[in-house]
Design a protein around this ligand. Sequence first.
Ligand code: PNS
Length: 158
Amino acid sequence: MTTAVCPGSFDPITNGHLDIVTRATRHFDEVIVLVTGNPTKTSGLFTIDERVDLIREVTADNPKVRVDHWGGLLVDYTTAHHITALVKGLRSSLDYEYELPMAQMNRRLSGVDTYFLLTDEKYGYISSSLTKEVAKYGGDITGLVPDIVREAIAKKFG
Ligand code: PNS
């Protein structure tokens, strides 16, 4: 059985993330969406548990997806679970510059390979941080995140 990990902070998951996760399940038997970060830290809009719950809800219809969280080095998680593949989305050359050293470091540390999927052009400009900023000032984020996530963001901003 082939398994890949899709790691990220997912604060919160966007439609761009979801598209990458869904496409990854066409290439691997199982995809673990791994929310990274320290559960005791309160930075971010959503707690780690809230992020995990939102991802579980929006991927519930895909039996190939599992959701987990991890507060340590990513490669410690993949090595402990005998996972040899990471999947990440690339929106632009900026993402490439950010991702390349992490992919190389992770490979040096553990031998894990990183597979990059190019973001669908519909989602190329979407990020969690931009979505939160637009929502914070009352802008419409319909279509940028799943509806459940849009409602959860609206609750956070009152
Ligand atoms: O969604 P993000 O914030 O771009 O994801 C970055 C993430 C979470 C994949 C990266 O920060 C990470 O792997 N963090 C876990 C700690 C770790 O292993 N750091 C060394 C990376 S080379």
